[in-house]
Design a binder for this molecule. Structure first.
Ligand SMILES: Cc1cc2nc3c(=O)[nH]c(=O)nc-3n(C[C@H](O)[C@H](O)[C@H](O)COP(=O)(O)OP(=O)(O)OC[C@H]3O[C@@H](n4cnc5c(N)ncnc54)[C@H](O)[C@@H]3O)c2cc1C
Ligand SMILES: C[S@@+](CC[C@H](N)C(=O)[O-])C[C@H]1O[C@@H](n2cnc3c(N)ncnc32)[C@H](O)[C@@H]1O
Length: 693
């Protein structure tokens, strides 16, 4: 996927104040006003009030977010309607978004101004991502796809109820109206989807018709003679691929991942660490209840039990899946941490983070990457050692990335806050260890070690770190366990210029003082299951800290008795990305799931791999679980609830539990010739470390 830098819109104003694009030479809305057009052409044109009435969720896809007036008008109408749907999702694609200042400064109808101000305060950085903002207690979700429409359309995973086509005039802006748009609309359209647009251009009407829409002209307003409305009525409905089927409960394909019994039973979540708690919160946001089964006597006692940890994005000269996933994840983490601090008093900060680049020749080398990627300063900045030292309050010896929206948090507090967010929608049962999983009579049974059924469910999410792979038979998963030890020293034992004001990372990490202690670390050992805190690891951590804060001389003088510590284990996949999504049918056979008799002919894309209905895994968060659990939970909750995916298809593939099987299919001639053995047998050999886990 090509992720070109995002350029801000060049907006000028006509004499009457109407905003015009300097790039396209066209108006953002008619002179009669944005709200009048939004209401007549889009809200009425798509019949929103009648169509969202009483529904669980309603999904709008807009082409061209522009100044956001159509979104604001839709949100405002939703707010005012007592019979509105429970949840409104508004996806919008925009190649050249306004800067935050331009968005804030845009003239608004008084009815929309307060909503615009709310969005302006949370305006996303101009990066190639699907930026998620939610409002009104998470009942309104805005997903803003920044980037060119041609690149974004194949990346959206959603069932769309209403399309708003709002590019500039087709003659000036043909990219917004070409054949790919109409084809993509047919792929994304829900059974009764409608389309509204202000244009009456023949090419647009023909394009809609050719994609299976029935088109009609309607009376225009604001100087337009007629406008276009359309309804999806295809002559045949192609069977959706398994992943798209997750979003199409009415389609009833042979292999679905949505739970068979509908949405009434709670989703059972095994494990209440960061992953499990974040999932419970994200499910509640999407109207689903959950039951968490946790073997410890409280949440976040294992991998997520450190005193604190940090979160930040990743910058890489190739803006690939890894960098994009972690940029999106860091943004979601920041929102969650900010909310946890505000609403629940969790210890943490979103005031920024520095990643020291010991290998870099100087700031210019970092700046060249920022320039090539076009990353804006509110996403990341390249600093020289002096500038970074001033921010950090310690003498750093190398240039650094400054992530202004990175930070640190107490992960236990973050997990509790996510659970609290779910409120009555989530029930936590502690002291409850799940020993096995069975698929019987169309439902999933969770059993304890005596073989007693603890819970039965239509949908189960395995969020129990390495235990998830044990429940799924262990060996096929390319995951490894890594031991890690953190160390903590009271500030009274440290020189003042060794205590950073911002979290630092580079060689290990160091956090600002938390309740009088500076936490740092962490060691990383494969094939090591020793849970004890080891003096030798404290010494290693001290060396890292000394190097990180640029003070090599003092570290050896600290006594080991002065150091506190904790050991934990990180589960990591071979490609260093988490494993999140529906479990491939082949890998659920171990739980008694009767897979299909024959494999599909093609398994070269994760989205084509058949799944075990209602069985999900969310694990292998590695050393970035604080950073990635919020986004991971959102994407999984969206899949379970049938809501639009908050990440692009490309990233769903990148974390998909089926990706290892797909790689095997792609790279092994024999598997391509005959995928059946691959499909019904464990597809991937274990990594060296998984045996002793
Ligand atoms: C030393 C160290 C430092 C780290 N620093 C950072 C950092 O700075 N930033 C960052 O982003 N990440 C960091 N991480 C990683 C992060 O902590 C993990 O990725 C994250 O905590 C994993 O969360 P989880 O919910 O997947 O696993 P866990 O927190 O381990 O949760 C799994 C839960 O499942 C329960 N469970 C397991 N099996 C069963 C069963 N059979 N039945 C019932 N319950 C079960 C467990 O008791 C546990 O509560 C660090 C990790 C370590 C070890
Ligand atoms: C008429 S304006 C949209 C107005 C907007 N719906 C509103 O309510 O304010 C058209 C928008 O389409 C965007 N656009 C034009 N070409 C594009 C492309 N190729 N990909 C994505 N967006 C594009 C423009 O930047 C512009 O913001």
């Amino acid at each position: 996927m090509n992720t070109a830098p995002i350029r801000p819109a060049a907006i000028v104003r006509d004499a009457d104040g109407t905003p015009r694009s300097a790039d396209y030479g066209d108006l953002y809305h008619p002179r009669g006003g944005a709200l009048a057009q939004a209401r007549h052409v889009f809200l009425n044109g798509d019949g929103l009030a009648e169509r969202w009435r009483g529904r669980e969720r309603f999904v709008v896809l807009e082409t061209g977010f522009g100044l956001g007036n159509n979104f604001l008008a839709t949100w405002s109408a939703w707010r005012a309607d007592p019979q509105r749907c429970r949840q409104l999702h508004f996806l919008s694609i925009e190649a050249t978004p306004p800067s935050q200042a331009d968005f804030r400064a845009a003239a608004r109808d008084p009815a929309l101004a307060p909503l615009a101000a709310e969005l302006a305060d949370r305006w996303p950085p101009l990066t190639w991502n699907l930026h998620r903002r939610s409002f009104d207690a998470d009942r309104v979700e805005l997903l803003l796809a920044f980037g060119d429409i041609a690149a974004w359309l194949p990346q959206l995973v959603a069932r769309v109820d209403a399309f708003f086509l709002d590019g500039f005039a087709p003659a000036r802006n043909p990219a917004m109206w070409d054949g790919r748009l109409f084809k993509a609309m047919a792929r994304l359209a829900a059974a009764d989807a409608t389309v509204a647009t202000w244009t009456a251009a023949r090419a647009v009407r023909d394009g809609l018709r050719s994609a299976g829409f029935v088109v009609e002209a309607a009376a225009g307003s604001g100087g337009k003679r007629d406008i276009t409305r359309a309804r999806f009525a295809p002559r045949f409905t192609p069977r959706p691929a398994p992943r798209q089927a997750m979003l199409a409960p009415s389609a009833k394909p042979a292999w679905r991942s949505t739970p068979a019994g509908g949405a009434t039973r709670p989703v059972v979540i095994v494990g209440a660490g960061l992953a499990g708690c974040a999932l419970a919160g994200a499910l509640a946001e999407r109207g689903r209840s959950s039951l968490l089964l946790e073997r410890q006597d409280d949440v976040a006692r294992e991998g997520s039990g450190n005193a604190a940890g940090l979160f930040h994005g990743v910058v890489h000269r190739i803006d690939g899946r890894h960098a994009r996933f972690h940029r999106a994840a860091a943004s979601a983490a920041r929102d969650a941490v900010q909310e946890a601090i505000r609403a629940h008093g969790v210890r943490g900060s979103v005031a920024g983070l520095l990643r020291v680049e010991f290998g870099a020749t100087g700031r210019d080398a970092l700046q060249a990457i920022v320039d090539a990627l076009g990353l804006p300063p509110d996403c990341v900045q390249a600093l020289d050692a002096k500038g970074a030292s001033e921010l950090a309050g310690v003498p750093l010896s190398a240039p650094a990335w400054h992530h202004p929206h990175g930070g640190w948090v107490d992960p236990r507090g973050l997990a509790r806050a996510a659970l609290a967010r779910a409120g009555g929608q989530a029930e936590l049962r502690t002291g409850c260890a799940i020993a096995s999983l069975r698929h019987e009579a169309g439902e999933w049974l969770l059993l304890d070690e005596t073989g007693v059924t603890v819970a039965a469910a239509d949908a189960v999410a395995l969020c129990n770190a390495g235990g998830a792979f044990d429940l799924l038979g262990g060996a096929p998963w390319p995951v490894e366990r890594q031991r890690g030890q953190t160390s903590g020293i009271a500030v009274t034992h440290l020189p003042a210029n060794a205590i950073p004001r911002l979290p630092l990372t580079g060689v290990g990490y160091a956090l600002p003082a938390i309740d009088g202690t500076v936490w740092f670390g962490a060691s990383a050992q494969w094939n090591d299951s020793d849970a004890a805190v080891r003096p030798a690891d404290h010494l290693d951590n001290l060396e890292r800290l000394a190097r990180l804060v640029g003070l090599p001389a003092w570290a050896p003088r600290i006594g080991l008795d002065d150091i506190d510590g904790r050991t934990g284990f990180r589960w990591q996949s071979r490609d260093r990305l988490p494993i999140i999504g529906a479990v491939p049918a082949a890998l659920a056979v171990v739980a008694g799931f009767a897979g299909p008799a024959t494999a599909p002919r093609r398994l070269d894309q994760p989205r084509l791999v058949p799944r075990a209905p209602g069985l999900f895994v969310f694990s292998a968060l590695g050393s970035r679980g604080i950073a990635s659990s919020t986004l991971g939970a959102q994407l999984l909750a969206a899949a379970i609830a049938g809501a639009p995916s908050p990440v692009e298809a490309d990233l769903l593939d990148a974390v998909d539990p089926a990706r290892f099987l797909v790689r095997r299919f792609r790279h092994d001639d024999a598997s391509r010739q005959n995928p059946s053995p691959l499909f019904v047998q464990p597809p991937v050999g274990p990594m060296a470390g998984s045996a002793g886990a």
